[in-house]
Design a binder for this molecule. Sequence first.
Ligand code: NAP
Ligand code: MG
Length: 405
Amino acid sequence: MSRKYFDKYIPIVEIDGDEMAHVMWDMIKKYLIFPYIDLNIKYFDISVENRDKTNNKITTQAIEAVKKYGIGVKCATITPSVNKKIELKIKNDLPSPNASLRNELGGTVFRQPILFNNIKPLIKNWQKPIVIARHAEGDQYNAYECIAERNDIVQLEKKSNGMQNIIAYYKADTLSTFLLMCNNQYSIKSFAHACFTYAIEKSMSVFLSTKSTVSKIYDGLFEQTFNNLFTAKFSRQFAAKNISYEHRLIDDMVAYTMRSAGGFIWACKNYDGDVQSDFIAQGFGGLSLMQSLLINKKKNIVLAEAAHGTIARHFKIYLKGEETSTNPIGSIFAWTAGIRQYGIVNNDKKSIEFASLLEDACKKTVEKGCFTKDIANFVGINASQSMTTIDFIKEINFAIKNSFG
Ligand code: NAP
Ligand code: MG
Protein backbone atom coordinates (compact mmCIF):
# COMPACT_ATOMS: atom_id res chain seq x y z
CA MET A 1 0.00 0.00 0.00
CA SER A 2 1.42 3.39 -0.86
CA ARG A 3 1.58 6.14 1.78
CA LYS A 4 -0.93 8.90 1.27
CA TYR A 5 -1.06 12.05 3.34
CA PHE A 6 -4.50 13.05 4.49
CA ASP A 7 -4.03 16.78 4.80
CA LYS A 8 -7.49 17.28 6.21
CA TYR A 9 -6.53 15.09 9.17
CA ILE A 10 -5.01 16.59 12.31
CA PRO A 11 -1.48 15.18 12.12
CA ILE A 12 0.60 13.13 14.50
CA VAL A 13 3.81 14.94 15.39
CA GLU A 14 6.56 12.34 15.11
CA ILE A 15 9.68 13.19 17.10
CA ASP A 16 12.58 11.00 16.10
CA GLY A 17 15.55 10.39 18.38
CA ASP A 18 18.84 8.64 18.95
CA GLU A 19 20.90 5.47 19.03
CA MET A 20 19.28 2.04 19.38
CA ALA A 21 15.88 3.56 20.14
CA HIS A 22 16.06 5.32 16.75
CA VAL A 23 17.12 2.12 14.95
CA MET A 24 14.09 0.30 16.39
CA TRP A 25 11.86 3.29 15.67
CA ASP A 26 12.75 2.98 11.96
CA MET A 27 12.11 -0.76 11.95
CA ILE A 28 8.73 -0.29 13.63
CA LYS A 29 7.64 2.24 10.99
CA LYS A 30 8.96 0.13 8.12
CA TYR A 31 7.49 -3.24 9.16
CA LEU A 32 4.57 -2.54 11.50
CA ILE A 33 3.00 0.79 10.63
CA PHE A 34 3.56 2.27 7.19
CA PRO A 35 2.62 -0.91 5.26
CA TYR A 36 -0.76 -0.94 7.02
CA ILE A 37 -2.02 2.56 7.65
CA ASP A 38 -1.98 6.01 6.06
CA LEU A 39 -1.23 8.71 8.59
CA ASN A 40 -0.78 12.43 8.30
CA ILE A 41 2.59 12.88 9.99
CA LYS A 42 4.66 15.97 10.77
CA TYR A 43 8.19 14.68 11.21
CA PHE A 44 10.90 16.24 13.39
CA ASP A 45 14.36 14.74 13.73
CA ILE A 46 15.63 15.80 17.15
CA SER A 47 18.58 13.43 17.11
CA VAL A 48 21.45 14.95 19.07
CA GLU A 49 23.32 15.72 15.82
CA ASN A 50 20.39 17.64 14.38
CA ARG A 51 19.75 19.48 17.63
CA ASP A 52 23.38 20.55 17.60
CA LYS A 53 23.33 21.48 13.91
CA THR A 54 20.21 23.63 14.35
CA ASN A 55 21.33 25.13 17.69
CA ASN A 56 18.40 23.22 19.19
CA LYS A 57 15.83 25.11 17.06
CA ILE A 58 14.47 21.76 15.88
CA THR A 59 13.42 20.89 19.44
CA THR A 60 11.56 24.18 19.75
CA GLN A 61 9.83 23.53 16.42
CA ALA A 62 8.83 20.03 17.49
CA ILE A 63 7.43 21.33 20.78
CA GLU A 64 5.48 24.06 18.97
CA ALA A 65 4.04 21.43 16.62
CA VAL A 66 2.89 19.25 19.53
CA LYS A 67 1.30 22.33 21.10
CA LYS A 68 -0.45 23.14 17.83
CA TYR A 69 -1.69 19.68 16.84
CA GLY A 70 -1.97 18.00 20.25
CA ILE A 71 -0.69 14.51 19.34
CA GLY A 72 2.94 13.48 19.61
CA VAL A 73 4.91 10.25 19.48
CA LYS A 74 8.47 10.51 20.66
CA CYS A 75 11.50 8.27 20.28
CA ALA A 76 14.04 8.33 23.12
CA THR A 77 16.73 10.99 22.84
CA ILE A 78 20.20 11.55 24.25
CA THR A 79 20.65 14.16 26.92
CA PRO A 80 24.38 14.67 26.40
CA SER A 81 26.58 14.32 29.46
CA VAL A 82 30.02 15.98 29.41
CA ASN A 83 31.57 12.73 28.15
CA LYS A 84 28.88 12.24 25.51
CA LYS A 85 29.44 15.82 24.30
CA ILE A 86 33.11 15.04 23.73
CA GLU A 87 32.39 11.62 22.19
CA LEU A 88 29.89 13.06 19.69
CA LYS A 89 31.77 16.35 19.14
CA ILE A 90 28.70 18.37 20.16
CA LYS A 91 29.33 22.12 20.14
CA ASN A 92 26.20 23.36 21.94
CA ASP A 93 25.02 22.89 25.51
CA LEU A 94 21.86 20.94 24.82
CA PRO A 95 19.21 20.75 27.53
CA SER A 96 17.21 17.57 28.09
CA PRO A 97 14.54 17.45 25.33
CA ASN A 98 12.22 15.69 27.75
CA ALA A 99 12.55 18.40 30.36
CA SER A 100 11.94 21.03 27.63
CA LEU A 101 8.85 19.17 26.44
CA ARG A 102 7.50 18.78 29.98
CA ASN A 103 8.13 22.43 30.82
CA GLU A 104 6.52 23.71 27.64
CA LEU A 105 3.59 21.31 27.41
CA GLY A 106 2.78 21.10 31.12
CA GLY A 107 0.45 18.25 32.03
CA THR A 108 1.12 15.04 33.86
CA VAL A 109 3.18 11.99 32.98
CA PHE A 110 1.36 8.67 33.43
CA ARG A 111 3.60 5.60 33.30
CA GLN A 112 2.06 2.19 33.02
CA PRO A 113 3.31 -1.36 32.52
CA ILE A 114 2.25 -3.39 29.49
CA LEU A 115 1.03 -6.77 30.71
CA PHE A 116 1.29 -10.20 29.10
CA ASN A 117 -0.21 -13.47 30.37
CA ASN A 118 3.12 -15.27 30.36
CA ILE A 119 5.21 -12.49 31.98
CA LYS A 120 4.42 -12.81 35.65
CA PRO A 121 5.26 -9.76 37.78
CA LEU A 122 7.88 -10.28 40.48
CA ILE A 123 5.17 -9.51 43.03
CA LYS A 124 2.88 -12.48 42.50
CA ASN A 125 -0.33 -10.73 43.61
CA TRP A 126 0.01 -7.92 41.00
CA GLN A 127 -2.63 -8.80 38.44
CA LYS A 128 -3.54 -5.42 36.99
CA PRO A 129 -1.38 -2.46 35.95
CA ILE A 130 -0.23 0.07 38.53
CA VAL A 131 -0.16 3.48 36.90
CA ILE A 132 2.31 5.99 38.31
CA ALA A 133 1.25 9.62 37.90
CA ARG A 134 4.26 11.79 38.64
CA HIS A 135 3.92 15.42 39.56
CA ALA A 136 6.85 16.39 37.36
CA GLU A 137 7.18 19.97 38.65
CA GLY A 138 9.12 21.52 41.50
CA ASP A 139 10.36 20.00 44.76
CA GLN A 140 13.96 18.71 44.60
CA TYR A 141 14.08 19.13 40.81
CA ASN A 142 14.49 22.88 40.80
CA ALA A 143 15.55 23.41 44.37
CA TYR A 144 18.29 25.62 45.80
CA GLU A 145 21.13 23.91 47.60
CA CYS A 146 24.16 25.11 49.51
CA ILE A 147 26.95 24.03 51.79
CA ALA A 148 27.62 25.92 55.00
CA GLU A 149 30.94 25.77 56.85
CA ARG A 150 31.29 25.87 60.65
CA ASN A 151 29.89 29.15 62.07
CA ASP A 152 28.11 30.08 58.81
CA ILE A 153 24.56 31.23 59.27
CA VAL A 154 21.78 30.14 56.94
CA GLN A 155 18.33 31.58 57.36
CA LEU A 156 15.01 31.44 55.60
CA GLU A 157 13.16 34.71 55.59
CA LYS A 158 9.69 35.51 54.30
CA LYS A 159 8.60 39.02 53.36
CA SER A 160 4.87 39.49 53.25
CA ASN A 161 3.05 42.86 52.96
CA GLY A 162 6.20 44.63 54.07
CA MET A 163 6.54 42.41 57.14
CA GLN A 164 9.72 40.38 57.57
CA ASN A 165 9.52 37.01 59.20
CA ILE A 166 12.43 34.67 59.88
CA ILE A 167 11.08 31.16 59.38
CA ALA A 168 14.33 29.32 60.08
CA TYR A 169 17.70 30.31 61.51
CA TYR A 170 20.59 27.87 61.48
CA LYS A 171 24.13 28.32 62.69
CA ALA A 172 26.32 25.51 61.39
CA ASP A 173 28.61 23.93 63.98
CA THR A 174 30.13 21.63 61.39
CA LEU A 175 30.05 21.41 57.58
CA SER A 176 26.35 21.18 56.71
CA THR A 177 24.21 21.01 53.61
CA PHE A 178 20.95 22.82 52.88
CA LEU A 179 18.05 22.48 50.49
CA LEU A 180 15.26 24.89 49.74
CA MET A 181 12.50 23.57 47.56
CA CYS A 182 9.10 24.82 46.63
CA ASN A 183 5.89 24.08 44.82
CA ASN A 184 2.67 25.97 44.16
CA GLN A 185 -1.00 25.32 44.56
CA TYR A 186 -1.86 25.97 40.91
CA SER A 187 0.53 23.24 39.79
CA ILE A 188 -0.65 20.80 42.47
CA LYS A 189 -4.28 21.45 41.57
CA SER A 190 -3.61 20.86 37.86
CA PHE A 191 -1.89 17.61 38.81
CA ALA A 192 -4.85 16.53 40.94
CA HIS A 193 -7.22 17.45 38.12
CA ALA A 194 -5.22 15.36 35.64
CA CYS A 195 -5.17 12.35 37.97
CA PHE A 196 -8.90 12.46 38.69
CA THR A 197 -9.82 12.96 35.03
CA TYR A 198 -7.59 10.09 33.91
CA ALA A 199 -9.05 7.90 36.67
CA ILE A 200 -12.57 8.48 35.38
CA GLU A 201 -11.46 7.75 31.81
CA LYS A 202 -9.78 4.50 32.88
CA SER A 203 -12.24 3.58 35.68
CA MET A 204 -9.41 3.25 38.19
CA SER A 205 -9.19 4.41 41.80
CA VAL A 206 -6.62 7.02 42.81
CA PHE A 207 -4.25 7.15 45.75
CA LEU A 208 -2.13 10.18 46.58
CA SER A 209 0.93 9.52 48.70
CA THR A 210 2.68 12.13 50.85
CA LYS A 211 4.42 12.33 54.21
CA SER A 212 2.03 14.91 55.61
CA THR A 213 2.51 13.70 59.18
CA VAL A 214 6.12 14.93 59.06
CA SER A 215 5.81 17.68 56.48
CA LYS A 216 2.56 19.14 57.74
CA ILE A 217 2.73 22.39 55.74
CA TYR A 218 4.50 21.36 52.52
CA ASP A 219 3.01 17.91 51.98
CA GLY A 220 -0.09 19.16 53.78
CA LEU A 221 -0.78 21.47 50.83
CA PHE A 222 -0.75 18.47 48.47
CA GLU A 223 -3.14 16.55 50.68
CA GLN A 224 -5.54 19.47 51.16
CA THR A 225 -5.51 20.45 47.49
CA PHE A 226 -6.35 16.92 46.35
CA ASN A 227 -9.05 16.54 49.03
CA ASN A 228 -10.65 19.89 48.23
CA LEU A 229 -10.73 19.33 44.48
CA PHE A 230 -12.03 15.80 44.90
CA THR A 231 -14.87 16.87 47.20
CA ALA A 232 -15.78 19.91 45.09
CA LYS A 233 -15.65 18.37 41.64
CA PHE A 234 -15.09 14.65 41.38
CA SER A 235 -16.67 12.71 44.27
CA ARG A 236 -20.00 12.15 42.49
CA GLN A 237 -18.42 11.01 39.23
CA PHE A 238 -16.15 8.64 41.16
CA ALA A 239 -19.13 7.19 43.04
CA ALA A 240 -21.00 6.67 39.77
CA LYS A 241 -18.02 4.71 38.43
CA ASN A 242 -17.59 2.80 41.68
CA ILE A 243 -14.02 4.03 42.07
CA SER A 244 -12.46 5.88 45.00
CA TYR A 245 -9.89 8.45 46.02
CA GLU A 246 -7.75 8.16 49.12
CA HIS A 247 -4.72 9.90 50.58
CA ARG A 248 -2.12 7.60 52.16
CA LEU A 249 1.18 8.17 53.83
CA ILE A 250 3.97 7.18 51.45
CA ASP A 251 5.22 4.33 53.66
CA ASP A 252 1.72 2.94 54.07
CA MET A 253 1.22 3.30 50.31
CA VAL A 254 4.40 1.35 49.52
CA ALA A 255 3.28 -1.44 51.88
CA TYR A 256 -0.23 -1.42 50.38
CA THR A 257 1.18 -1.60 46.84
CA MET A 258 3.16 -4.73 47.69
CA ARG A 259 0.03 -6.46 49.01
CA SER A 260 -2.40 -5.22 46.36
CA ALA A 261 -3.58 -6.77 43.11
CA GLY A 262 -2.78 -3.50 41.28
CA GLY A 263 -5.32 -1.75 39.09
CA PHE A 264 -5.01 1.79 40.49
CA ILE A 265 -3.42 5.16 39.80
CA TRP A 266 -0.74 6.18 42.27
CA ALA A 267 -0.35 9.96 42.31
CA CYS A 268 3.20 10.67 43.44
CA LYS A 269 5.10 13.78 44.35
CA ASN A 270 7.99 14.49 42.00
CA TYR A 271 10.77 12.54 43.75
CA ASP A 272 8.51 9.66 44.78
CA GLY A 273 7.28 9.36 41.18
CA ASP A 274 10.83 9.25 39.86
CA VAL A 275 11.75 6.43 42.24
CA GLN A 276 8.49 4.49 42.37
CA SER A 277 8.10 4.38 38.58
CA ASP A 278 11.43 2.51 38.36
CA PHE A 279 10.37 0.17 41.13
CA ILE A 280 7.02 -0.56 39.46
CA ALA A 281 8.66 -0.95 36.02
CA GLN A 282 11.14 -3.55 37.27
CA GLY A 283 8.41 -5.41 39.14
CA PHE A 284 6.30 -5.77 36.01
CA GLY A 285 9.13 -6.82 33.64
CA GLY A 286 11.46 -3.88 33.07
CA LEU A 287 11.63 -0.47 31.45
CA SER A 288 11.14 -1.91 27.97
CA LEU A 289 7.59 -2.92 28.93
CA MET A 290 6.49 0.51 30.13
CA GLN A 291 4.46 3.12 28.30
CA SER A 292 4.73 6.78 29.18
CA LEU A 293 2.00 9.27 28.37
CA LEU A 294 2.23 12.99 28.94
CA ILE A 295 -1.34 14.24 29.08
CA ASN A 296 -2.53 17.83 29.28
CA LYS A 297 -6.33 17.77 29.16
CA LYS A 298 -6.72 21.53 29.26
CA LYS A 299 -4.53 21.98 26.17
CA ASN A 300 -5.75 18.73 24.54
CA ILE A 301 -2.27 17.27 24.33
CA VAL A 302 -1.19 13.63 24.39
CA LEU A 303 2.51 12.84 23.93
CA ALA A 304 3.39 9.15 23.97
CA GLU A 305 6.79 7.53 24.37
CA ALA A 306 8.51 4.44 25.74
CA ALA A 307 9.84 4.78 29.27
CA HIS A 308 13.38 3.63 28.43
CA GLY A 309 16.23 5.70 27.04
CA THR A 310 18.26 5.32 23.85
CA ILE A 311 19.78 1.98 24.97
CA ALA A 312 23.32 3.17 24.23
CA ARG A 313 24.98 -0.14 25.14
CA HIS A 314 22.98 -2.03 22.51
CA PHE A 315 23.71 0.68 19.93
CA LYS A 316 27.46 0.14 20.35
CA ILE A 317 26.90 -3.54 19.51
CA TYR A 318 24.71 -2.61 16.53
CA LEU A 319 27.39 -0.23 15.21
CA LYS A 320 29.87 -3.12 15.16
CA GLY A 321 27.52 -4.81 12.72
CA GLU A 322 26.23 -7.33 15.26
CA GLU A 323 22.58 -8.16 15.85
CA THR A 324 21.05 -7.01 19.14
CA SER A 325 18.10 -8.38 21.02
CA THR A 326 16.45 -5.10 22.00
CA ASN A 327 12.82 -4.97 23.02
CA PRO A 328 10.65 -2.71 20.80
CA ILE A 329 7.39 -3.15 22.77
CA GLY A 330 7.58 0.17 24.66
CA SER A 331 8.18 2.08 21.41
CA ILE A 332 5.41 0.20 19.59
CA PHE A 333 3.00 1.11 22.38
CA ALA A 334 4.07 4.74 22.06
CA TRP A 335 2.96 4.55 18.42
CA THR A 336 -0.32 2.76 19.23
CA ALA A 337 -1.19 5.41 21.85
CA GLY A 338 -0.47 8.13 19.29
CA ILE A 339 -2.41 6.40 16.51
CA ARG A 340 -5.37 5.78 18.84
CA GLN A 341 -5.45 9.46 19.78
CA TYR A 342 -5.16 10.37 16.07
CA GLY A 343 -8.18 8.15 15.42
CA ILE A 344 -10.13 9.80 18.23
CA VAL A 345 -9.48 13.43 17.24
CA ASN A 346 -10.00 12.72 13.53
CA ASN A 347 -12.99 10.49 14.14
CA ASP A 348 -11.24 7.77 12.17
CA LYS A 349 -12.36 4.32 13.30
CA LYS A 350 -9.79 2.55 11.14
CA SER A 351 -6.87 4.11 13.05
CA ILE A 352 -8.37 3.22 16.43
CA GLU A 353 -8.89 -0.36 15.27
CA PHE A 354 -5.36 -0.57 13.89
CA ALA A 355 -3.88 0.62 17.20
CA SER A 356 -5.67 -2.22 19.00
CA LEU A 357 -4.73 -4.71 16.30
CA LEU A 358 -1.03 -3.83 16.60
CA GLU A 359 -1.14 -4.11 20.40
CA ASP A 360 -2.88 -7.45 19.99
CA ALA A 361 -0.20 -8.64 17.56
CA CYS A 362 2.45 -7.82 20.21
CA LYS A 363 0.47 -9.75 22.82
CA LYS A 364 0.05 -12.79 20.56
CA THR A 365 3.75 -12.76 19.69
CA VAL A 366 4.96 -12.58 23.28
CA GLU A 367 2.30 -14.94 24.59
CA LYS A 368 3.28 -17.65 22.14
CA GLY A 369 6.78 -17.50 23.65
CA CYS A 370 8.69 -15.17 21.30
CA PHE A 371 10.99 -13.12 23.51
CA THR A 372 13.77 -10.59 23.30
CA LYS A 373 16.66 -11.16 25.69
CA ASP A 374 15.39 -8.87 28.45
CA ILE A 375 12.08 -10.76 28.63
CA ALA A 376 13.85 -14.13 28.48
CA ASN A 377 16.00 -13.08 31.43
CA PHE A 378 12.98 -11.80 33.32
CA VAL A 379 10.90 -14.97 32.91
CA GLY A 380 13.95 -17.13 33.59
CA ILE A 381 14.47 -18.94 30.29
CA ASN A 382 17.82 -19.35 28.59
CA ALA A 383 18.78 -16.10 26.85
CA SER A 384 20.12 -18.12 23.90
CA GLN A 385 16.48 -18.84 23.01
CA SER A 386 15.72 -15.14 22.59
CA MET A 387 15.20 -13.44 19.24
CA THR A 388 17.07 -10.61 17.55
CA THR A 389 15.36 -7.21 17.40
CA ILE A 390 14.57 -7.53 13.72
CA ASP A 391 13.30 -11.13 13.93
CA PHE A 392 11.06 -10.18 16.85
CA ILE A 393 9.62 -7.27 14.85
CA LYS A 394 9.10 -9.53 11.82
CA GLU A 395 7.29 -11.99 14.08
CA ILE A 396 4.92 -9.20 15.19
CA ASN A 397 4.44 -8.33 11.52
CA PHE A 398 3.53 -11.95 10.88
CA ALA A 399 0.90 -11.71 13.65
CA ILE A 400 -0.55 -8.55 12.05
CA LYS A 401 -0.79 -10.30 8.68
CA ASN A 402 -2.55 -13.25 10.33
CA SER A 403 -5.06 -10.87 11.95
CA PHE A 404 -5.91 -9.46 8.54
CA GLY A 405 -6.44 -13.07 7.42
P1 NAP B 1 18.41 3.12 28.82
O1 NAP B 1 18.54 3.56 27.44
O2 NAP B 1 17.02 3.05 29.36
O3 NAP B 1 19.09 1.68 28.98
C1 NAP B 1 19.59 1.14 30.18
C2 NAP B 1 19.64 -0.39 30.09
O4 NAP B 1 18.32 -0.91 30.26
C3 NAP B 1 20.10 -0.93 28.76
O5 NAP B 1 21.51 -0.97 28.64
C4 NAP B 1 19.46 -2.30 28.76
O6 NAP B 1 20.11 -3.19 29.64
C5 NAP B 1 18.10 -2.00 29.40
N1 NAP B 1 17.08 -1.60 28.40
C6 NAP B 1 16.45 -0.41 28.32
N2 NAP B 1 15.54 -0.43 27.32
C7 NAP B 1 15.62 -1.66 26.76
C8 NAP B 1 14.94 -2.27 25.68
N3 NAP B 1 13.99 -1.63 24.99
N4 NAP B 1 15.27 -3.55 25.37
C9 NAP B 1 16.20 -4.22 26.06
N5 NAP B 1 16.88 -3.68 27.09
C10 NAP B 1 16.59 -2.42 27.45
O7 NAP B 1 19.24 4.06 29.79
P2 NAP B 1 20.73 4.63 29.62
O8 NAP B 1 21.55 3.68 28.81
O9 NAP B 1 21.14 4.96 30.98
O10 NAP B 1 20.54 5.98 28.82
C11 NAP B 1 20.97 6.13 27.50
C12 NAP B 1 20.56 7.48 26.99
O11 NAP B 1 19.16 7.60 27.01
C13 NAP B 1 21.11 8.69 27.76
O12 NAP B 1 21.66 9.61 26.84
C14 NAP B 1 19.89 9.29 28.43
O13 NAP B 1 19.99 10.69 28.49
C15 NAP B 1 18.79 8.90 27.48
N6 NAP B 1 17.44 8.78 28.08
C16 NAP B 1 16.41 9.26 27.33
C17 NAP B 1 15.11 9.12 27.76
C18 NAP B 1 14.02 9.63 26.89
O14 NAP B 1 14.26 10.21 25.86
N7 NAP B 1 12.78 9.43 27.26
C19 NAP B 1 14.85 8.48 28.97
C20 NAP B 1 15.92 7.98 29.72
C21 NAP B 1 17.22 8.12 29.25
P3 NAP B 1 21.27 -4.22 29.18
O15 NAP B 1 22.38 -3.36 28.69
O16 NAP B 1 21.58 -4.94 30.46
O17 NAP B 1 20.70 -5.12 28.12
MG1 MG C 1 13.76 7.29 37.90
